[in-house]
Each structure stands twice: as structure tokens, then as C-alpha cells.
Design a protein around this ligand. Structure first.
Ligand code: OSB
Ligand code: MG
Length: 364
């Protein structure tokens, strides 16, 4: 495929509810949407590591700089022999996986249009019925959290994920478990604990959680191994896994039993599939994590979730979840916690323009 032009579009959509984690609260969804032009088509990709570098070292401004300065010049006007060739072309750039993924996903979208194949088939999916879970931010009180869980369960979500942090953990989880004894429940700590907190975290074992996501720091895969031997709740790594080789090392060290695959964090869909394959071979489960993408990015999470080793419900945000308006039609919507990967979504360019903060046009 030959790319003639790349638009790097910074969007900012107001959110209808605050999302609070251990790394702060957000009320605006900032994203980098990439529009590629080539082969007589236009196609869209997206990645959004937050406006500030709080989830990862990348942020919206670093993505713009890296795409404009290095990724676009490496591929515009050149013939790319598929997505693997894109990885070779940008391999000289260290890290910056969200920037790479924003462009990479646009190339998959382009390939899907060129070949007339839905994304889920293109990535090698096997089952288009996708299970959807919900990730609930830290709430002002346990009662507020219980109410939210009740509402989301009534909407049909298949799995509830709650955020924990030191001081808002044991008591919160035991109250949730008491109110909802049988639901599929997991916690995400977003790196807010250290190995010295093992005893506290072990107290969660009795609540038969589906998994505990990223309890320790991003660079602590050795300590995650020690923690996993001390607790029975399966550890799921999120922030720690950036590459297929990270996945291999975490598996070798016994640092986790599950890996949350976020296509942005790992540089795109091809690396997501590679991590999936490594995990499947080693009996490590996967599921698609989210970064509160617009519908443009949700399409890629839906496609990945059709792969056979995506065994747990995905963090897919329906269009009404956080955004006052989404950028695709139809809206992303689940029915009783299920989505059909065959649904085709069109990017609504009028809404895209409405929420655009700035655009950088890259050409040869
Ligand atoms: O840690 O999984 C996370 C959202 C933004 C940044 C990090 C995380 C999240 C989520 C997913 O928890 C939110 C969602 O998909 O609804
Ligand atoms: Mg997480």
C-alpha cells in the first residue's frame, strides 16, 4: 500500500462523567485520530494515552511530534508491503507505541477497505460475538459505587471492574462482594501498590476476584512474580507490557496469569496479535483493555476481542458511556453485554471537525 498523506488530528470531546483513577481524574477525552490517504481510500486510526503523561510517558503532544517528525516521513510516498513492512519502517523509533499505533490502526482500516474484509476477519478473529465489561472509576463513596454497579449490571454488562488504591481496597471490595456475591468482579490498582503491600493484597483472595490488574509499578515485573506467588487471585498485567518480548519475560517470571492487551500501549494490532499468540501458547488469558477511545478506536478493540484467546470480557466503552457525542455512526452500543463485530461503523467527519483542536497535515 502507498500512503500519500497523513492528517494528525487532535480531538477533545467533553465527557458526561468524570473518570477517576489512582493517577488522577479526567473530564475531557483527548485523542489523536489519524486519517490516512492512499490507494483511492481514506481510513482512520486512533490512540489516546491521556492528555498528560500519567498513564504512560507518552501524551497527546509527544504523539503529534513523533508522528509528524518521524513516522509520517518514514512512510509517506513509499510502497509498504503490508503492516509488517510498516513495523520495519518505524522500528528505528524507540518506544512511542501509542504514536505508532495511531498510524498502524489507520493502515489496518485502509487494508480492510482495500480488501473489502471486516477488521475482525483481517486480524484473524474466530468469533464475532464480543463480551463487554465495564470499568468503574474511583467513586466518592462505597454507596455511590454500589449504585453504579447495580445500574451497570441492569444494563447487562458481563463483568465489573472497580479501581482500587491504598486505603480504598479491602473494605470497598468486601462491601461490593457482600452486595453482589456472584458477579464476575475484578479490581484494577493502576500501579498504586508496592511489594511491601503483599499482605494487604492477599486479603483480597477470599473475595474470589476474576483478576487483579496491575497492582505494582510498571517496571516491577520481578516483584509482580513475587506477589503472584504470595496470592491466589490471578494477576493481570496492563502497564507493564509494551512489547511481545515483555509478555514473554513476564510469563517466564510467573508475573501474571492474564495479560490485558491495549493495542495503543503495544504499538498496534499486529503486536497485539503477536502477544495474543505468545499468551495462548503458554496458557495465559487475554482480554482487550481500553483507554477511553472514541468509537474510531473502539472498532479495533472489538476486532481484537474476536481472537480465540480473548477469554474475558473487554473494556469497550459504548458511545454513551463517557462522551457527550461519539465520532462514529451508528453509535457503539451493546445488547445485554454483547457486541457483534460484524457491525460496520462509519466515521462522522462533521462531528470529527466539531471536536478537532488542531490538525497537522503531513505530505511528501
Ligand atoms: O488502567 O485499564 C486502565 C482507562 C484509561 C486509562 C487506563 C485504564 C482505563 C480503564 C478502562 O480502566 C476504562 C474503560 O475502558 O472504560
Ligand atoms: Mg488497567
Amino acid at each position: 500500500m502507498r500512503i500519500e498523506r497523513i492528517d494528525v488530528i487532535h480531538t477533545n470531546i467533553p465527557m458526561n462523567q468524570t473518570f477517576r483513577t489512582s493517577f488522577g481524574a479526567i473530564n475531557e477525552q483527548h485523542s489523536i485520530v489519524v486519517k490516512v490517504y492512499g490507494e483511492g481510500h481514506t481510513a482512520f486510526g486512533e490512540a489516546c494515552p491521556f492528555y498528560a503523561p500519567v498513564y504512560s510517558y507518552e501524551c497527546i503532544e509527544t504523539m503529534k511530534a513523533v508522528i509528524r517528525g518521524f513516522i509520517a516521513p518514514a512512510i509517506i510516498g513509499k510502497s509498504l508491503n503490508g503492516i509488517e513492512d510498516y513495523y520495519r519502517a518505524v522500528d528505528f523509533i524507540k518506544g512511542n507505541n501509542h504514536a505508532k499505533a495511531a498510524v498502524e490502526t489507520a493502515l489496518w482500516d485502509l487494508e480492510s477497505k482495500m480488501r473489502g474484509l471486516p477488521l475482525w476477519k483481517l486480524v484473524g478473529g474466530t468469533d464475532p460475538a464480543v463480551e463487554v465489561g465495564v470499568s468503574i472509576g474511583i467513586q466518592p463513596s462505597v454507596d455511590a459505587l454500589l449504585k453504579k454497579i447495580e445500574d451497570y449490571l441492569a444494563e447487562g454488562y458481563r463483568r465489573i471492574k472497580i479501581k482500587i488504591e491504598p486505603g480504598k481496597d479491602i473494605d470497598t471490595v468486601s462491601k461490593v462482594r457482600k452486595a453482589f456475591p456472584d458477579i464476575s468482579l475484578m479490581v484494577d490498582a493502576n500501579s498504586s501498590y508496592r511489594l511491601k503491600d503483599s499482605e494487604t493484597l492477599a486479603r483480597l483472595d477470599e473475595h474470589h476476584l476474576l483478576m487483579m490488574e496491575q497492582p505494582l509499578a510498571e517496571d516491577d515485573i520481578i516483584d509482580h512474580g513475587k506477589l503472584q506467588s504470595a496470592i491466589s487471585t490471578p494477576i493481570c498485567l496492563d502497564e507493564s507490557i509494551h512489547t511481545p518480548d515483555d509478555a514473554r519475560k513476564a510469563i517466564e517470571l510467573g508475573s501474571c496469569k492474564i495479560i490485558n492487551i491495549k493495542y495503543g500501549r503495544v504499538g498496534g494490532l499486529l503486536n497485539s496479535v503477536r502477544i495474543h499468540d505468545i499468551c495462548m501458547k503458554n496458557g495465559i488469558g487475554n482480554w482487550a483493555g481500553g483507554m477511553i477511545e472514541t468509537g474510531i478506536g473502539q472498532r479495533f478493540k472489538i476486532a481484537l476481542s474476536t481472537l480465540p484467546n480473548f477469554k474475558y470480557a473487554a473494556d469497550i466503552e459504548t458511545s454513551d458511556r463517557f462522551l457527550v457525542e461519539d465520532l462514529v455512526t451508528p453509535d457503539i452500543a451493546h445488547v445485554k453485554g454483547m457486541l457483534d463485530a460484524n457491525t460496520e461503523y462509519r466515521v462522522d467527519e462533521i462531528k470529527l471537525n466539531k471536536y478537532t483542536e488542531d490538525v497537522t497535515i503531513c505530505r511528501a
